[in-house]
Design a protein around this ligand. Sequence first.
Ligand code: FES
Ligand code: FES
Length: 206
Amino acid sequence: MSMNSCHRSVTGHSVAGILYSAATFSCLGISRVSHGGANPVATQLTINGETQTVESSPDTPLLYVLRDELQLNGPRFGCGLAQCGSCSVLVDDVEMRACVTPLSAVAGREVTTLEGLPERHAQTTGLDNAPELTPIQEALVDEQAIQCGYCYNGMIIKATELLENNPSPSRAEIVTAMNGHLCRCGTYPKIITAIELAARKMGEQA
Ligand code: FES
Ligand code: FES
């Protein structure tokens, strides 16, 4: 792939907001598809409520296992350095950066990705059925808080962690909680307003 076609590919995928990382790695000549490594080991963990056995090497970043082995593409590759939050997942009840979390660190633990949040919401609130979108996702839509959407995964994961622990956060507490999540489009005020809205609606439904 020439540099020009490489640039076009990355730009196109970036606009789509879906496959940026795959395109970037492809341009660098790096494949992220296979992570068996020299010592693939069967590792059992719970993903979105289902026990799964994966085969990647124990030092493989969880993000690669989720995206490439399990085809869970909610978590996204942004910085790869635990700096942006686009890869975030919940491990048990705590937000973690999947790009720097080795598979071995989550063996036997419960991982929730963006895909599992509606079911998690139903379980934590006593709903009979999982909604299509969680209140946080609905509020982000209502506030039109998302532009390209690349940060969407991490923002929702972090906001979920926040509201599960503090159902009525102040605006200052929301700002503090979301501080480590970067939005390249700068929609921070709308994201914060959306989290306030979600907290209000969840409080009314409780
Ligand atoms: S990709 Fe993991 S924090 Fe940026
Ligand atoms: S990075 Fe584009 S909406 Fe946040």
